[in-house]
Design a protein around this ligand. Structure first.
Ligand code: ADP
Ligand code: MG
Length: 313
């Protein structure tokens, strides 16, 4: 572990299986990484790669079939004591992708924002509840009066702000943001990303930021993990990953990012990823730290190649 960095969340060999006999498959397959307090950890991968399932495993919606999830030093997957469960509901919050679907249409914003809080703080007075709602609304840049309205009166961006307020009011330490801007108009994505970045600084939050869009992940993340079919294939500091991707899947993903310059765009050939390029029949792959803080999934022969590539860069 790096000096001065405190591990907030640690995953070790985490697996989530779906389907019964005959068609059991691993949506999350042997995933290991640490998230440091105060950082933004980006998780990027195509649709169906297991990002949401992994996020839901951390908030205990999806059961794990193997491995350990350690939060603030305590194991939080599998069977846990009740008190730990209520603590986690408050300490780990999730922001969902679709702000149109994730808000209760029949409830006023006031109720939506404070519902979770009321569940963990039973004795909260009405005055205190209203004060906390107003504070959360202010923090996400919405007028406190909006608390008396219903979700349908708001735009997508405003609804996502309400979703963020609902998380913030819990005073979490870890926020899992699952594609929080994917469903939003391109024109308001930057506003919401900037809001999230500002809130992180102010409240010393740690983010697990999930996205399929590399430019969004690059903008907001300190480190980035690339997931494919439930497996993390590479993890590095954001600059390092974008400058020196090693795994062929990461390279293919990066080569598909649109370039704003049409001349460059014409010259650049997108790389295709062929899973058959790995021969794992005899030489089995491992999750290896190839240079400080840079992890890649590969077998001995591939890792030797990645080392040569780094040495000659
Ligand atoms: N509750 C479930 N039961 C069965 N399969 C599921 C369930 N949830 C997700 N899956 C499958 O797991 C895989 C990963 O899904 P998901 O985590 O939603 O991917 P992502 O968020 O990266 O798009 C997909 O193949 C999806 O169909
Ligand atoms: Mg998803």
């Amino acid at each position: 572990m790096d000096k001065g960095k405190e591990v907030l969340l640690s995953l070790r060999g985490v697996e989530v299986a779906f389907g019964g006999r005959g068609h059991r498959f691993l949506a999350v397959d042997d995933v290991s990484f640490d998230i440091y307090r105060g950082e933004t950890f980006g998780l990027v991968g195509e649709s169906g790669s297991g990002k949401t399932t992994l996020g839901r495993a951390i908030v205990r919606i999806n059961q794990t079939s193997r491995g350990d999830i350690i939060f603030e030093g305590e194991k939080i997957n599998g069977k846990i004591p009740r008190e730990l469960n209520s603590k986690l509901i408050q300490r780990i919050q999730m922001i969902f992708q679709d702000p149109m679907a994730s808000l209760n249409e029949r409830a006023k914003v006031d109720y939506i924002v404070s519902e979770g809080l009321m569940n963990v703080k039973k004795g909260l007075s009405e005055a205190e509840r209203r004060r906390l709602v107003a504070e959360a609304m202010r923090e996400v840049g919405l007028p406190a009066e909006f608390a008396d309205r219903f979700p349908h009166e708001f735009s997508g961006g405003q609804r996502q702000r309400i979703g963020i307020a609902r998380s913030l009011i819990m005073k979490p330490s870890l926020v899992i943001a699952d594609e929080p801007v994917s469903a939003l108009d391109v024109s308001i994505r930057a506003q919401v990303l900037n809001l999230l970045a500002g809130l992180q600084k102010k409240n010393r939050l740690t983010y697990l930021f999930i996205a399929h869009d590399l430019s969004v992940v690059r903008f907001i993340s300190d480190r980035v993990a690339v997931i494919r079919k439930g497996k993390i294939v590479e993890l590095a500091g954001t600059e390092q990953l974008f400058a020196h991707p090693l795994h062929p899947y990461t390279k293919a993903l990066l080569s598909a990012v649109p370039v704003p310059n049409p001349v460059l765009a014409k010259k650049r050939q997108p790389k295709l990823y062929d899973p058959a390029c790995h021969d794992y029949s005899a030489d089995k792959p491992v999750w290896a730290e190839i240079e400080r803080g840079h992890f890649v999934y590969g077998n001995e022969r591939e890792l030797a190649g990645y080392r040569r590539e780094l040495a000659g860069r």
